[in-house]
Unconditional design. Sequence first.
Length: 365
Amino acid sequence: MNTNKHSFIYLKRWCAWALFFSFLLSGPDASAQDIHFSQFYLAPLTQNPAMAGALYDLQGIVNYKDQWQSVTAPYRTVAVSFDMRLNSKKRKKGFWAAGINIFNDQAGDAGMGITQANLTAAYHVHMDEYNTLGAGLQGGFAQRTLSPGALQWGNQYDGTSYNGSLSSGEPVSAGATSFTYIDAGAGLVWTYNNTSGSRNVTDNHDLKFNLGVSVFHVNQPKYSFYNDGEKLYMKTVVHGDALISIPGTSLAVVPGFMYYRQENVQEIFAGTMLRLKMKQESKFTGFEKGAAISVGGYYRAGDGVAAAMLLEYANYAIGFSYDFNTSPLRTASMVRGGVEVTLRFVTPNPFLKRGGSSILYQPTP
């Protein structure tokens, strides 16, 4: 075997194991990191429980992520979420909303996995015609699994090669293991939408903002296969995005950012897309369906760059993104990170001139 090729293969294996252990099978002093999507703007309930009902009357989303195929066994994440407003038609000072999100994540050769289902409740107060302030609570049930039979340990090296008959010395090596836990989170979000009130927007002056903060794992549940008392650290999320139309054109700028902090692990992700509205929905006939395309990119500090695209047609949207790895792992990953695909359905139709909300603000008499 060529020496350079031989060294490269071992480098890839070393990086794969380093990645695996640093995030997943670390000891009690290390930090676990939650699932996260590059298309964070299309994963509202993963970002903040208060996002339930914040933007649309009804919203359904499916996320799929596949990463690190060039380094080790792929890490795959699938998530489904649904949220809706409960009493928006009554035109009260505020409204309730509810949501559910379920995700499954599988990581590495050992099939390190988590399946979690969360229920969310939120209440949003109308501050005025265009501003709302919402708070949300989330509770969930999770199962963590591991199949250690696929792992190889240092104790199983007999001085010449790997010997699977030797004891690993690890308490999780006897077979597949799992544990369950209860999880909880909460959040706040402010939204501004100048198309959500009584004003019809006809000259592309649409302006939308949302800014939120949330905390997950507030109960710090058990999070270890070793029964050593390790807890899942609390996670703080700060996030925001906007749609800023350029008057006199069919264009809009769509910036966004998110910040995660979980013990000593943090992630900063920010960027923007440029949105071109190709067609406005016909308000009267419904035959002409609105459509738009957005393209842009986001930078994850110290880790990578994500190129993103969003295609919208009437109530539907499909998002694509690809992560290019720029961290020291790029030697093994060959700069390749992962691909994401997201499907979304919302009501009411965001292309109607009335805008993305059926809520009409009515001040208290």
